[in-house]
Design a protein around this ligand. Sequence first.
Ligand code: FNR
Length: 240
Amino acid sequence: MTIPDGCFTESERHGLYRAIYERRDVRSQFLPDPVPADVLVRLLQAAHHAPSVGFMQPWDFIVIESREVRASILALFEQANQTAAERFDGERKGLYRSLKLQGIVESPLNLCITCDRSRGGPHVLGRNSIVETDLFSTCLAVQNLWLAARAEGIGVGWVSILEQAQLSKVLNLPDHVYPVAYLCLGYVSEFLDQPELEAKGWRSRLPLSELVHGNHWGEALINEPLETALNEQPISGKNA
Ligand SMILES: Cc1cc2c(cc1C)N(C[C@H](O)[C@H](O)[C@H](O)COP(=O)(O)O)c1[nH]c(=O)[nH]c(=O)c1N2
């Protein structure tokens, strides 16, 4: 097969898949070293090049370095985390309580990626039927940043155990701006080779073959080559 101009070389492809499979949610391994401004700008540019509905680019990036602001966010986390722990019983509750689920003050930098739901006016191309597409677009910006950070050797941890209204208040967000992702960023001592929740026995990766259906939800595949290829896949793409 001839490769058209613009295709990735094998090593470029390898680099991309490496970022995907070796990206981790980091909370325990942060180092205090600051993230240099030029590196942070590269991460923000990666986020800013995400796809967005109607090219809306609904994101803003709030760079949080203040110890006081982070202490306020940590207090919100502790409150929400206490409530979350009450939802589990017995052993599961004990396991939940033992998990480290944020690195708000250990990481040198926090970043809130928001979605301005009014950007581009009331009629955004592509957002008439599915109004949440602006929020989905913002999640894609988060993922771009997360992958670029992995390639730069920077860990990112997403903290969602926060009451949205309280978070918005601490960050002074106007009503039309939604805080999609509260992130902790910094260089790390290591990237774990599996999700921390998996390593701690909370939950494992599901086999991809159980998640691919034929034509309708829950129906078996009729595409045999695809089914065979799926069954030959190791659970983690990293080992492929
Ligand atoms: C929307 C959203 C929200 C959260 C997360 C992720 C996402 C996508 N994750 C991270 C999550 O636990 C992690 O992604 C999975 O466990 C898989 O691990 P890896 O990301 O592959 O390392 C996460 N982790 C955590 O410690 N505290 C949290 O509050 C959250 N919240």
